[in-house]
Every structure is written in C-alpha cells, then in structure tokens.
Design a protein around this ligand. Sequence first.
Ligand SMILES: CSC[C@H]1O[C@@H](n2cnc3c(O)ncnc32)[C@H](O)[C@@H]1O
Ligand SMILES: [Zn+2]
Length: 431
Amino acid sequence: MMKNLLITNVTIVPMTAEESFIQNGYIFIESDVIKDVGHTPHPPHLKEQAKIIDGEGMVAIPGLINGHTHTPMSILRGYADDFPLMDWLKKMWAVEDRMTEEDIYWSSMLSMVEMIKSGTTTFCDMYYGMDRIAIGVEKSGMRALLSQGIIEGDSGGEELLTETVEFVRNWDKSANQRIHALLSPHAPYTCSPSLIEKMVEQAHILDCSIHTHLAETREEINIISERHGDTPIALMEKIGLFTRHVVAAHGVYLTDEEIDILKRRQVGLIHNPKSNMKLASGVAPIAQMLDKGVTIGIGTDGAASNNTLDMFEEMRFASLMQKVSLEDPMALPAYETLKMGTSRGAAALNIVDQVGTIEAGKKADITLIDFRKAHLSPVNDVVSHLIYSAKASDVAYTIVDGSVLMNNGKLTTIDEEEVTWHIEKIKNNLL
Ligand SMILES: CSC[C@H]1O[C@@H](n2cnc3c(O)ncnc32)[C@H](O)[C@@H]1O
Ligand SMILES: [Zn+2]
C-alpha cells in the first residue's frame, strides 16, 4: 500500500533556522520520513506518487512534544483540585493504589485522544502499568518515551527495579522506533539515594535515559535538606544521576550553581507552567536558564494537575508566566516558546535526530493548523498567532511517522466513543 504523502499550498514553520518560514510550500513524505520540503510549485512527479493533503489556509509545524505527563491521570481530571502538591499527591496515591491495568489502559487512551486532537505527536510519560500504555501507543500511532515510575515504598525498590528493567528490555526502540523506554525514579523525596544509584547503574547497562521530577516545590527543598543536607540537584549530582541523559520535570527552585550543573550535564529540563501555577508550586526561572543555555522543553504534567493536555495552552502559559513574573514583556517571546514546544523539546528528550523540525531526513511528525478562523485573522504574524491566539481545536491534521492520526478533524486510529464509554464505566467504579 502506498504510504507517501504530499502536503501542498501550505505555510511551513520548519523550526530549523531562526524565524525562517515558507509562505507557500510543500512537504513530501515517503513512508515515515520527510523526503523534501520546498516552495510551490512542487516537482510534478511527486503528485503521482502520493496521497495529497491540500494545505491551503493551513500552517505546518513540527508535531508538538509534550515533554512530561502521566497519561492515565486523565481519569482523575477535576478529582482533587486546589491543593498544594504534597496534599494533592496523597489523594492521587490513594486512588492510584486501586487502579487496574484496564483502568490505566483506557485512561491513557483518553489522553492520547486529547493529545492527537490538539496536535501533539510525542509525549514523555511516567506511570505504573507501562506495558498497557505501550500497547496503547502501538495502537494510537503516537511517538512516546515511556517509563515505569518507581516510588520506593516499605517493600523497597529492588523488585520494582527488576520490573522496570524488563520493561525497557521489552519495549525500547519498538513500534518502528516510535517507543523509547526510560528508567524513572519518581523524585528525590520518594526514592533513596541508594536506589537512584542502582537505577543509574542500570541505565548505563541498558543505554537509556532517566525521567524524574526535580526541585518542584519549596517543601521538596526542605525535605531533601533535612534528610540529606543538600538541595535536590546537588544531591543528584553527588550520586551520579547526571552521568546519564536525564529528563527532569519542573526545576522550579534552582540556584545559579544548580543551573550551571543542568547546563554542564546537558539535562533536558521540562517546564510545566500550568501544573506549577495550579498547585501554586512556584515560577521556574526559565528565562534565566535559557540565557545560560539549558535545554528546555514544555510539558503538561498529568491532567489531574493541569487540567488539560493542550500544548497550545501550555506554550501560552509558559510565555505569559515569564513575562508577568519578570515584569518584562520581552521575556520568552513567541518563537522561543514554539521552539520549546518543538525542536528544543526534542533536544530535551534526546530525540532530536528523529523529530522536532520539518526538514528532509527527519521522521514525518507534523501538525497542520487551520488558520481560516476569526481568532487567527488577520495573519499578521504566524508564530505570534500560534503562541498567543491558537486553540487545540484549530488543529486539522496530526501526522506521526508519516501516518495521518487525525485527518481533517477525524481520528483514524482510536475510536473516541469507545474510549469515552470505557472511561464512564471506570470512573463509576474507581472514584
Ligand atoms: C510513579 S508514577 C508517577 C507518579 O507521579 C505522580 N505525580 C503526578 N504529578 C506529579 C507532580 O507534579 N509531582 C510529583 N509527582 C507527581 C503521580 O500521581 C504518580 O503517582
Ligand atoms: Zn509529573
């Protein structure tokens, strides 16, 4: 079956060079890879070889990258709002203890529906029951970095570590390389240094990245200081966490020296502005970290602390939060923010060789936004509109690995009604 695609008459924001874009262009996709990007007219022979998507009135961007989430938490959307992190977590953990693998599967599928519909092509997930989520990722066609999160309970982490190592062995580079498997100590306050050291050792053996929460709240800083006489980042540096590539969510409370460590160790820092605002965790020093050259992506966190998985909203909050907190309207401008949602996000997740830009040789992960809307008119500045005006519902096509997962607003791989039917049933039993 022919799997080539030709997107015509489209405005392209490739995210390859500063602020460059193609006003009327084409993108030719062969199987899962972008083969050619150029100005209209396209070479005539391409038309015969491909299914055509007419991009008239649309803008193509690299698929959005949600750098940190917990997909099954969509079942907990609106369940325990308006608490600070540690109180909120206790409420989450009480329900999570009762969640079955089926609950995890369908809740995670609900998140994938929301993400595909809002133009996200890659997500980096941390949760329990990852085998079921990986099966969902295979079905949905999305790209994902998956990690079985470990919270070290009374039983100790050894058994959990064996399971998660098995997960990495089974799933890493599967689904045509759409799935990357990672190891995941949940946070420095839920895992002991000795367990984290063992996880780092395993990550070296498995040659995989590590995904964790770091420096999220003032309370975390106090807990780690009381227990270990250090800050979270300094403790992680001492125990060797950063000898592997690390995806670190939050990074709200950081000193200058710690920012230097994140830069030197090439940590992928994921900013979660909405979750940080809703839990009143604090304002991450994003502008300062960008100045120092830290690689920063953007994530939604889970739908229980956000309460959506909408990367357009997340990018908008990221930019506005820096402006207001620094009292500087020039802080985190639109193009910088879009980078964090695309190319920088890919770099933060260490998958920049695969995705993050629209250019020949990259995997074909592309989002098409329909600009023929009142709230996007007139098109004075495409990138400004993407950050300050666009909505999830403006997304018309979501393409991953050359497969169209949403075709002119219609999902092709997931039956949304089936998912919401299961969600209603689960909600009635679980909550
Ligand atoms: C071990 S699986 C993931 C674990 O993380 C919890 N979680 C969700 N959001 C946050 C957050 O912002 N900080 C820390 N932990 C979080 C979730 O409830 C799962 O238990
Ligand atoms: Zn999180």
